[in-house]
Design a protein around this ligand. Structure first.
Ligand code: GLU
Length: 482
């Protein structure tokens, strides 16, 4: 039996966990969970100037919100600089790399010269060729140097899990720096050194890294390490076909939580950006994502981040999630909106769960759902202007109708069957359909015209409150001079 795969997500902590990073993390996680492998987290904080603890925290928070748990201890790349340096020096000793004493000024000048000739600058290894005596003299003087990798002749390729065979002629790769003159490692070296140390077997990342991969493969070979498999995930585009960026609105995954998206819906949506389970299967629980995930379903083509689809999918998850987990997720939102307290909710738990069942099929986001909950918790809701314009057209006739409704309901049993019978009789006596009664009632009871079934609404709000709201509506309609 082959050993279980080891994957990693390796973000640089220079900002929030953005949608692209979250998608990469999710695919690595799904692959690991599917195969019984490990999903590791490595914070690539070698760029001290740009890395912040706040960003590291934001990445943890984003992953935790998405429910992407990682295995083993988090690796901080910055803690491994000594190993990176050792690896660079090992390459130096084996002849796979060399010291380059060219100063930054000289490099600038050479670059400018090339530009003025209309050529692309290429580092010429011969510039760095020193006799052993000169090398020793420079070392003795303490001249600063970078370490460059000596790119061998040939072609470097791999069989990408997403794109199939990819190959780069080595002559297109400059002898690249692996260690700066201040001893800090360059990205490609640090990544390879860490991936070897972490025994990573599958490197899955965005396809913006494809051009790094041949360099990394050469480093693996020169370090005598086994190559991992590579998978480069396609780009995510905004609705305008351009690479997804801040211009397209929220790109930090955590922002979607604030906008009322459920983590399971977000994972489901992100999973379909660059992967397809086949058929027309779209709405999937976390367990189903793991069940259906496979490398064969990874797509080459860029995918489009469609906010409308995300909201639709969120609505599907709101409607289908286990009620208990939805309840747990919603509570803080209800409390923050000032609708209730944990104690008050505990006292009418059955009532609340019934209400949640009624409303969850009618909202696309958690925030919409919380808004819809308002009139069931509090009396201080407003009458929606559109609903009033449409359902309360004739003020005095509406007031008269609502008064009649109120009187009938007050005189009968507070039970759906009895209420329906009595309101149908009212409709008949006035020669109007029940819709003409129920719609104005909805506005009186909840402020809006789109609600669950009217009897469910009456029962959820309760007898005294419902009657008081009908009274208030009548008072409002007869008092307003418009
Ligand atoms: N730290 C790199 C980034 O944030 C990823 C490195 C990798 O996955 O190899 O893009």
């Amino acid at each position: 039996m082959s050993t279980p795969p080891r994957l990693r997500f390796a973000p640089s902590p220079t900002g929030y966990l953005h949608v692209g990073g979250a998608r990469t993390a999710l695919f690595n996680w799904l692959y690991a969970r599917k195969t019984g492998g490990k999903f590791l987290l490595r914070i690539e904080d070698t760029d001290r100037a740009r890395s912040t603890d706040e960003s590291t925290r934001a990445i943890f928070d984003g992953l935790i919100w998405l429910g992407l748990d990682w295995d083993e201890e988090v690796t901080f790349q910055g803690a491994n600089v000594e190993r990176h340096q050792r690896d660079a020096h090992h390459l130096l000793e084996s002849g796979a790399a060399y010291r380059d004493f060219t100063t930054a000024e000289e490099l600038d000048r050479l670059r400018q010269d090339a530009e003025s000739r209309g050529e692309q600058f290429r580092f010429d290894r011969r510039m760095a060729e020193l006799s052993p005596a000169e090398l020793q003299a420079r070392l003795n003087r303490g001249d600063p140097y970078t370490i460059r990798f000596r790119v061998p002749d040939g072609v470097t390729g791999w069989d990408d899990l997403v794109h199939g065979p990819i190959a780069f002629p080595n002559k297109d790769l400059d002898d690249f720096i692996i260690l700066r003159s201040d001893g800090t490692p360059i990205y490609n070296l640090a990544v390879v050194s860490d991936d070897i140390a972490m025994a990573i077997t599958l490197v899955m990342r965005g396809d913006d890294h494809i051009s790094n991969t041949p360099k990394q493969i050469l480093l693996y070979q020169a370090l005598g390490a086994a190559l991992p498999t590579f998978a480069h995930l396609p780009m995510i585009l905004g609705g305008d076909g351009k690479k997804l960026s801040k211009r397209h609105g929220a790109t930090a995954v955590g922002d979607y939580g604030t906008l009322g998206i459920l983590p399971d819906a977000m994972c489901n949506f992100l999973a379909l950006l660059g992967w397809s389970p086949g058929g027309d299967r779209e709405v999937m629980t976390r367990a189903e994502l793991i069940e259906y995930f496979s490398a064969e379903g990874l797509l080459k083509k860029a995918s489009v981040f469609d906010t409308k689809k995300l909201e639709w999918m969120n609505g599907q998850h709101l409607a289908q999630s286990p009620i208990g987990s939805l309840d747990a997720y919603l509570r803080p939102f209800l409390e923050r909106a000032g609708l209730t307290t944990p104690e008050a909710l505990a006292q009418r738990r059955d009532w609340w769960l019934r209400l949640l069942e009624l409303l969850r099929v009618r909202a696309r986001t958690v925030n919409e759902l919380v808004d819809q909950c308002r009139p069931y918790f509090l009396d201080d809701f407003a009458y929606d202007a559109d609903a009033v314009a449409k359902q309360w057209k004739d003020r005095f006739a509406t007031a008269d109708l609502l008064q009649a409704v109120r009187d009938r309901l007050a005189g009968g049993a507070w039970e759906a069957g009895a209420m329906e019978e009595s309101l149908r009789a009212l409709g008949e006596s006035r020669g109007i359909g029940v819709g003409k009664i129920f719609q104005p009632m909805r506005v009186a009871l909840t402020g809006v015209a789109a609600t669950p079934g009217i009897f469910d609404v009456l029962l959820a709000i309760g007898r005294d409150r419902s009657l008081a709201r009908l009274d208030a509506a009548v008072a409002h309609l007869t008092a307003s001079t418009g």
